[in-house]
Design a protein around this ligand. Structure first.
Ligand SMILES: Cc1cc2nc3c(=O)[nH]c(=O)nc-3n(C[C@H](O)[C@H](O)[C@H](O)COP(=O)(O)OP(=O)(O)OC[C@H]3O[C@@H](n4cnc5c(N)ncnc54)[C@H](O)[C@@H]3O)c2cc1C
Length: 441
């Protein structure tokens, strides 16, 4: 089942040429196209299904600096300001507000980890407060329970996953960019090692610059070009309950369950880091890269089933450019959620927050989180084909940094000074072992 998603009306016809073609209209692709169009480029954004219909509408909506890996923190801080700037420029709010994030815990070790992060982050200018037991218990009053400690990050916030990518897509259109939905990019045409076109299911677009922001499909797409991108998708199940619960924090994390208020007053419920590993040919091929990640996170991961294999997004097959690809057979990756996980989420949420006792479930869904071996994305324009830039592998925390990631990609395409350091996002880092490099959060 898919979560709610705003519709964007876009073009049917394909242009003959473009300055840049962006493949994939999630939060990263729409943001990239937005900044390029705003800079005056002739940009075309291709989406095989609907704008925002995969990970970018299936997430919690957290836009956080809190507990962000140092490699992503500058992009995250910048993104919070860019959410506001985009909303003002587009004239519509993608549901973003700096509502603050609340973390509560009774586990001393977890509290210590947060304290250590806070010390580092305050040095970077982030506003984040450790909460004493009394303060945590007061802020967590809706739970009716005492807490040993917590964190309050007042300048962080949430955006609305059901409207964020579509709103930014409207910004692309406002700045003269073109978007074509239900149009898969099947491959890249090259001349002397450089991009010269994008082959789509509706014909070819001539261009010298392509950005691949294809989320969980990126590795299979790159394999067609002989480029190895170690990527593995984890299935995460999630549900929302109808509006009605009063007095809950806007965004609350506990190790048992996390709760986020949506723009319509509904609440999204989920368990952080919890996921099913559905084996795929791609994942098996990349297994050696992911051993450090699985070793670190095994307590939260459990074996899934064959649905990812059947969905075909992590295939090792070669596609024919003149025939439908798995992307056309699976316009929207809409995995079945795990029944056991959904039941557990609801049970834990109702035990944590009495206000949720009588509020009915509104929707249930799952999303495939596209992960890299170290949990940090790849944003790299030097991956083996001149004119092809990869922006994928956002590893479960790319929604909040989407606006900044898109800006960074646009900076690289336009040859501008990048808004953040880029060396940590290079694809070539996976040539080396990832032991000791997996993101803490
Ligand atoms: C349950 C869950 C909870 C999460 N919670 C959070 C959170 O609270 N905060 C946070 O920051 N992040 C969160 N995330 C992660 C976040 O949603 C992702 O990191 C982010 O949305 C990735 O955006 P994207 O644009 O890279 O990918 P996607 O949103 O997956 O978009 C990729 C798009 O590319 C299209 N595509 C692929 N290949 C092609 C092709 N060849 N041609 C045309 N189109 C193509 C796909 O159809 C898709 O629409 C969560 C994710 C999940 C699943």
């Amino acid at each position: 089942m898919s979560p709610p998603l705003m519709t964007v009306v876009t073009a049917d016809a394909l242009p003959a040429s473009a300055d840049t073609v962006v493949i994939g209209a999630g939060i990263v692709g729409t943001s990239t196209a937005y900044w390029l169009a705003r800079a005056g480029q002739r940009v075309v954004l291709l989406e095989k299904g609907r704008v925002g219909a995969e990970q970018s509408s299936r997430n919690w909506g957290w836009c956080r600096q809190q507990n962000r890996d140092a490699r992503e923190l500058p992009l995250s801080t910048r993104s919070l300001a860019l959410w506001e700037e985009m909303a003002a420029d587009i004239g519509e709010n993608p549901g973003f507000s700096r509502c603050g994030l609340l973390y509560l815990s009774n586990d001393e070790k977890e509290i210590e980890t947060w304290a250590a992060w806070g010390k580092f982050a305050r040095g970077e200018g982030v506003v984040t407060y450790m909460l004493s037991a009394a303060e945590a218990t007061e802020r967590g009053a809706a739970t009716g329970k005492p807490w040993r400690g917590g964190v309050w990050s007042p300048t962080d916030g949430t955006a609305d996953p059901s409207s964020a990518a579509p709103t930014i897509a409207r910004g692309v259109l406002k700045h003269g960019g073109m978007i074509v939905q239900n149009c898969a990019a099947r491959g890249i045409e090259r001349q002397a090692g450089s991009v010269c076109g994008v082959i789509t299911e509706r014909g070819v677009i001539r261009t010298r610059q392509v950005v691949l922001s294809g989320g969980a499909w990126a590795a299979s797409f790159l394999r067609q070009l002989g480029i190895a991108f170690p990527q593995a998708a984890i299935r995460s199940s999630i549900l929302s309950v109808a509006p009605g619960a009063k007095g809950l924090p806007a965004a609350l994390h506990t190790s048992a369950v996390s709760v986020t208020r949506r723009s319509d007053g509904a609440h999204t419920l989920a368990i952080s880091g919890f996921g099913k590993v559905d084996p795929t040919p791609g994942m098996i091929g990349a297994a050696k890269h992911f051993l450090p990640m699985f070793a670190k996170r095994w307590r939260l991961l459990s074996p899934g089933g064959l649905q990812a294999w059947q969905a075909g997004f992590e295939t090792r097959q070669r596609w024919a450019m003149d025939r439908p690809t798995p992307m056309e057979a699976m316009r929207i990756l809409d995995p079945r959620p795990s029944r056991n996980t959904l039941d557990l989420i609801l049970k834990r949420a109702r035990a944590l927050l009495p206000e949720l006792q009588n509020v009915p479930v509104q929707a249930e869904w799952a999303g495939y989180i596209d992960s890299t071996p170290d949990g940090i994305p790849v944003i790299d324009g030097d991956i083996g084909v001149k004119g092809l830039l990869l922006a994928a592998g956002f590893s479960g925390h790319g929604f909040g940094i989407g606006p900044g990631a898109g800006h960074l990609v646009a900076d690289l395409v336009l040859g501008r000074k990048p808004i953040a350091e880029t060396s940590q996002y290079r694809l070539s880092r996976f040539d080396k072992s990832q032991w000791g490099k997996v993101s803490e959060f």
